[in-house]
Ligand binder design. Structure first.
Ligand code: IPM
Ligand code: MN
Length: 338
């Protein structure tokens, strides 16, 4: 492919811009040509002028071929931004408005981690569940107040997520898909997820299907992570499980993610799972490998599979000491081994 790709860059806060720069320079080293446009969004921007995201910015982001995002969030202990302002107003607004209905998070156990040698991925539904915003507070601030926050599970939303997960599982060497839910208690939502998995599985006779309750999955991820290929689950379970999966595979410093609109009706967002880590900003200490692995997902999404594979192999074979190399050293290490 020789076509130039138009990439929006939201470095965000803390180490976000540093790791995104590293990822972009690794992309550049593959020869894939991208034109980048930077968007100043996140906690720092909000604290400066109160801006979170508006319709105009959303509309221009929509049309890019892809979006690289670093990290969004204030420093720990900085209480100036009301909870939810950036989560609901920026991150979730982007996921919902751009219909990024898949949150794809691949994991690879690094040497020395609990899940050393294991490879699996979480396919998390990214637009529904308890994240959808259903509910509210009645009699706010009184002794009789009531807060509800329902989990939204549409047939359409569950099915498109499950289909994506099966398609992914079918491409694996070991074709295994595990539905993770809590069907013994969340009997309505669980029943829908269960039936959809059953129905779609008929189209994928080669994919072995398993089911785990989410609490049991927490044990298995720690004690027996090799049992997994693709985990498919709802928005909240997927959020929690992906932090656990990050921890057992070597820390979320290595975890990549794609917020994906598979039909490409709007730009997808690729971001490391880790946060802004304000305490190490500007010290060449941030590990860019999660951002670089997110760039692999971006390149795959753009159809640049050969460049994606080259970076992926270099990351896979990384055997340097991240603390010694620092951000720039790790970046150069990867660039030199493409
Ligand atoms: C993640 C994050 C987000 C989520 C927050 C920041 C809204 O934890 O991407 O996993 O809950 O999805
Ligand atoms: Mn999370």
């Amino acid at each position: 492919m020789s076509q130039r790709h138009r990439i929006a860059v939201i470095g965000g806060d803390g180490i976000g811009p540093e790791v995104v720069d590293a990822a972009l320079s690794v992309i550049a080293a593959t020869g894939v040509e991208v034109d980048t446009t930077t968007f100043d969004l996140g906690a720092a921007r909000y604290l400066r002028d109160g801006f979170v995201l508006d319709d105009g910015t959303l509309a221009s982001l929509r049309d890019f071929d892809g979006i690289m995002l670093g990290a969004i969030g204030p420093a720990i202990g900085d209480t100036r931004i009301p909870g939810g302002t950036l989560e609901r107003g920026l991150l979730l607004k982007l996921r919902f408005s751009l219909d990024l209905y898949i949150n794809y998070r691949p994991f690879r156990g690094v040497p020395g981690s609990l899940a050393e040698g294991c490879e699996f991925a979480i396919v998390r539904e990214n637009t529904e569940g308890p994240y959808a915003g259903e509910g509210g507070i009645l009699r706010h601030g009184t002794a009789h107040e009531i807060a509800t926050q329902g989990s939204v599970n549409s047939r359409f939303g569950v099915e498109r997520c499950v289909r994506y997960a099966f398609a992914r599982a079918n491409r694996l060497e070991r074709k295994k898909l595990t539905l993770v839910h809590k069907t013994n208690v969340l009997t309505f939502a669980g029943d829908l997820w269960n039936r959809v998995v059953k129905t779609v599985s008929a189209e994928y006779p080669e994919v072995e299907v398993d089911y785990n309750h989410v609490d049991a999955a927490c044990i298995y991820l720690v004690e027996n992570p090799q049992r997994y290929g693709i985990i498919v689950t709802d928005n909240l379970f997927g959020d929690i499980l992906s932090d656990l999966a990050g921890a057992v595979t070597g820390g979320i410093g290595y975890s990549a993610s794609g917020n994906i609109n598979p039909e490409k009706t709007a730009a997808s967002i690729f971001e490391p799972v880790h946060g802004a880590a304000h305490d190490i900003v500007g010290q060449n200490k941030a590990n860019p490998l999660a951002a670089i692995s997110s760039a692999v997902l971006l390149l795959e999404h753009l159809g640049e599979t050969e460049a994606a594979a080259r970076i992926d192999v270099a990351v896979r074979n990384f055997d340097g000491d991240p603390n010694e190399l620092g951000t720039s050293g790790i970046t150069t290490y990867i660039q030199e081994r493409l």
